[in-house]
Design a protein around this ligand. Structure first.
Ligand code: ADP
Ligand code: GN1
Ligand code: MG
Length: 344
């Protein structure tokens, strides 16, 4: 996908949306998928300008879903992304002022706020009207299918990278038997399909010091499972280090942050059934494993999906994910006990 745009191109997109007096347009945030800019104007009003990743997203259904979700939330009086213009593949949102975006939780309170925000988001969308939202990326959280994609990528073996990942592939093989648990439970009807966010990483929610929060990055809001939403919160909001930390001794899942997440989520998500509640801690491990195999597959494919800053970036990310899974496995009994005690 085209990554570089001239100032003139960006200004003409803004101009077409009636935005003038632009004093600065610069790359912003650390999302891995779209190209995001912060726009400053002379009047002080700020915007987010985004170039949607059309290699990944089908533009028409994406726009339809995002417009439907934002309009539905607006009618309910729920603060959400406010769309200023959407002329695919470009879109402009009001800059959400007064909130912080972070890649890592710095105190348990941040994890608690994230979990409350996503639980509320799922509640707010529980009565979303027909027709069903489009499956923007089919099989997005189908972990066995993600394994199949990894096996395909191993055959691509871009620049002989497979030889460098034998210990990671061995880790994947040890984990394979557990990979289908959530999709199997969904197929059996034990876990319901819900409108989920599907990408609940910590930088997809903006929080304010008073605990208020706004859920953003609505591109994957579609039918899914509450468990993958909780799982990805554990992956990112209990992590002691960044997703791409090279020093694995710094990478682990923090128990007090997990406790804050589970508490916040269970306080907000009163709709969960028993099967969902029983699998919350497992979902943390599985979601983290799933993102790990996606990074590894992208590495073996030659870095075609996630934005990367250097050649080994996806491999570094895969390693941190697998280290996080190991850390959660080492604390498995404690994490299960935390959830049980919160449910009493
Ligand atoms: P990607 O799909 O690439 O992850 P996001 O929609 O998550 O893109 O945007 C990337 C980052 O930009 C977010 O993590 C957040 O920090 C920032 N951001 C996005 N939308 C807004 C907004 N309306 N106001 C303030 N910051 C925003
Ligand atoms: C991507 O778009 P972003 O950076 O918020 C990805 C998620 C991954 C995440 C890993 C549409 O999220 O699924 O879990 O990277 N989004 C998409 O950091 O694939
Ligand atoms: Mg994002």
């Amino acid at each position: 996908m085209q990554e570089k745009f001239t100032r003139e191109e960006l200004l003409s997109v803004l101009d077409a949306a009636g935005i003038g007096g632009v004093t600065d347009v610069s790359r912003y945030g650390s999302g891995h998928i779209n190209i995001t800019f912060k726009v400053e104007t002379s009047g002080g009003k700020r915007y987010i300008l985004q170039r949607v990743n059309t290699d990944i997203f089908d533009e028409a259904p994406l726009k339809r879903n995002v417009m439907r979700v934002t309009e539905f939330l607006k009618k309910k009086g729920v603060k959400s992304l406010s769309v200023v213009a959407y002329d695919s593949p470009w879109r402009i949102y009001d800059f959400l002022e007064g909130y912080d975006s972070r890649d890592i939780a710095e105190e348990p309170r941040h994890a608690y706020d994230v979990a409350r925000a996503f639980a509320k988001f799922q509640n707010d969308l529980a009565d979303f009207p027909e027709p069903r939202l489009d499956d923007i990326i089919p099989k997005f959280h189908d972990t066995p299918d993600r394994l199949r994609q990894l096996d395909e990528a191993a055959k691509v073996d871009f620049e002989g990278r497979l030889a460098k990942v034998s210990s990671e592939m061995a880790f994947v093989d040890r984990w394979r038997p557990q990979a289908s648990k959530i999709v199997d439970m969904m197929a059996r009807g034990e876990i319901p399909e819900r409108i989920a966010h599907n990408d609940t990483k910590i930088n997809n929610v903006l929080t304010a010091p008073d605990g208020s929060a706004v859920v953003i990055d609505l591109d994957t809001t579609m039918p899914g499972s509450a468990l993958f939403d909780f799982g990805d919160m554990v992956r990112t909001s209990s992590a002691a280090a960044a997703e791409d930390e090279k020093d694995l001794s710094k990478v682990y899942s923090k128990k007090d942050y997990f406790e804050a997440l589970a508490r916040g989520y269970l306080e907000g998500a009163k709709f969960l059934n028993d099967a969902e509640k029983e699998n919350l801690a497992f979902a943390g491990r599985l979601s983290t494993f799933e993102v790990g195999i996606r990074f590894l597959a992208d590495y073996l494919n030659g870095d075609k999906y996630f934005h990367t800053a250097y050649p080994e970036h996806n491999l570094v990310r895969a390693r941190t994910q697998f280290k996080m899974v190991e850390s959660m496995e080492a604390q498995r009994d404690e994490y299960e006990a935390i959830v049980r005690s919160l449910l009493k």
